[in-house]
Design a protein around this ligand. Structure first.
Ligand code: FNR
Length: 411
């Protein structure tokens, strides 16, 4: 896919700069204080977040020289092939869009714009349970794209809702299930508290689209309250806190962020009700990675939620190679938290990740340019990755391993 790089250089009028390090400040300047605080905010003093970014700087890539590049039949150079296989699927790039909730607070097109951009660039989209668009509408926008579904797992008393959501995702063509383990309650996020902002309840309640469109959740609501959540007589208020839908929104939020953690034993329930691969997102220790293997899942995401859930944590990249050494031959290892450019992605892959998830960078693209903005971010990161590989002399990802990296303290 060298054309991504070529197109990156030549396509007309990219919506904003190619400098990935500037995307955050450009997007924040454009967003409301609440939306900016929500996307850029972190848990506590941002200690985990800062470590995530710094960890990449401890590693350097060491290129090999005079490795002749390959040619196509016309004699043109063949750029590095970034394709890979993960969870039994072929991906053009070892990248996927991390699940991010409430995307409509960044652009009115929200998840629809992201799902379309993902399909057009050929990058996998992981849809969040906290999305501001229904499962079915996202799938329609994603068309023939590849999509995975991220579950915020309702507590066990709501197993029928979980089953309903899983069925909807499967029927809409989502092939793998990513189960987020680190967010059974939202983290201590000072920026949202300072702004008095809960994007699921405020922002016109758009973060609860999946719950409000779920027939089983709707039925529960009706039984409990004795009226339908759309009943106008119970929704007279312009006040966004009020009315039946406001009540339903609060109930959905407490269903998916109940404060109750599931157990390793509970994974069996998901295995019974989901017939594709299951990936556990939020692993930060070798011990938990081993438990994931014992539980019989197909993958894990070494992730600390971009530093948004717990303060004072380890950098996600620092734990990656230890997890790979322990269980890398037993399941597919994904990585996220702190990837900001092609070199970051390549370092995570060299340390053993099969696929890297991008979080905030594409949200900034969405804020800056809607669908075209997300496309620009994806193309830029793919192009950057390809050229880094190509100039280091690697034809494909099978040649990328720890031998291309040095820790700076060894230099
Ligand atoms: C997230 N993340 C997230 N994760 C998840 O499993 N479900 C979700 O709904 C969300 N929502 C969400 C919203 C926002 C605004 C952000 C920034 C992040 C976490 C996300 O999937 C991923 O783990 C991190 O974003 C990765 O870190 P970076 O790339 O942002 O540093």
């Amino acid at each position: 896919e060298s054309t991504v790089y070529q197109a990156g250089l030549h396509y007309h009028r990219p919506p904003f700069t190619f400098k990935s390090q500037d995307w955050e400040k450009l997007a924040i300047a454009r967003l409301s204080a609440s939306a900016a605080g929500y996307v850029a905010g972190n848990a506590g003093s941002s200690g985990t977040y800062v470590k995530n970014l710094e960890a990449f700087k401890k590693w350097s890539m060491v290129p090999n020289r005079l490795l002749p590049s390959h040619k196509d039949e016309k004699g043109n150079p063949l750029f590095s092939d970034c394709s890979t296989r993960v969870l039994g699927e072929k991906l053009d790039f070892p990248l996927a869009l991390a699940p991010v909730g409430v995307l409509r607070i960044f652009n009115p097109e929200g998840e629809i714009a992201v799902a379309k951009a993902a399909e057009s660039v050929g990058v996998q989209y992981i849809m969040s349970t906290a999305s501001s668009t229904s499962i079915e509408d996202v799938a329609a926008a994603n068309g023939n794209g590849h999509r995975w579904y991220q579950l915020y797992w309702p507590s066990n008393e709501h197993n029928d809702i979980t089953i309903s959501v899983l069925n909807r995702a499967r029927n809409a063509g989502f092939t793998a299930l990513f189960v987020t383990l680190d967010t059974f309650a939202l983290g201590w996020r000072p920026s949202d508290m300072d702004n008095g902002y809960n994007p699921f309840i405020h922002a016109d309640r758009i973060g609860v689209a999946i719950g409000l469109s779920d027939p089983v959740f709707r039925e529960h609501f009706k039984k409990k309250h004795g009226y339908d959540m759309d009943d106008a007589t119970h929704n007279p208020a312009v006040d966004i806190e009020g009315g039946a839908v406001g009540e339903a929104a609060r109930e959905w939020v407490s269903t998916i962020f109940s404060g109750h953690s599931h157990s390793w034993e509970d994974i069996k329930f998901l295995q019974k009700h989901w017939d594709g691969p299951i990936v556990l997102k939020g692993i930060q220790s070798v011990a938990d990675a081993r438990k994931a293997v014992e539980a019989g899942v197909q993958g894990i995401v070494v992730s600390n939620h971009g530093g948004r859930q717990q303060d004072g944590g380890v950098a996600s990249l620092s734990i990656l190679s230890k997890v790979v050494d322990a269980v890398g031959d037993k399941l597919d290892i994904f990585f996220d938290s702190g990837v900001r450019c092609g070199a970051d992605a390549l370092k995570a892959i060299a340390l053993g990740a099969k696929c890297v998830l991008l979080g905030r960078p594409y949200v900034y693209g969405l804020a800056l340019g809607g669908e075209a903005g997300v496309q620009h971010v994806l193309r830029s990161l793919c192009g950057d990755l390809i050229m880094n590989m190509h100039l280091s002399g690697y034809r494909d990802l099978s040649e990328v391993n720890r031998s291309i990296l040095m820790r700076d303290d060894e230099l």
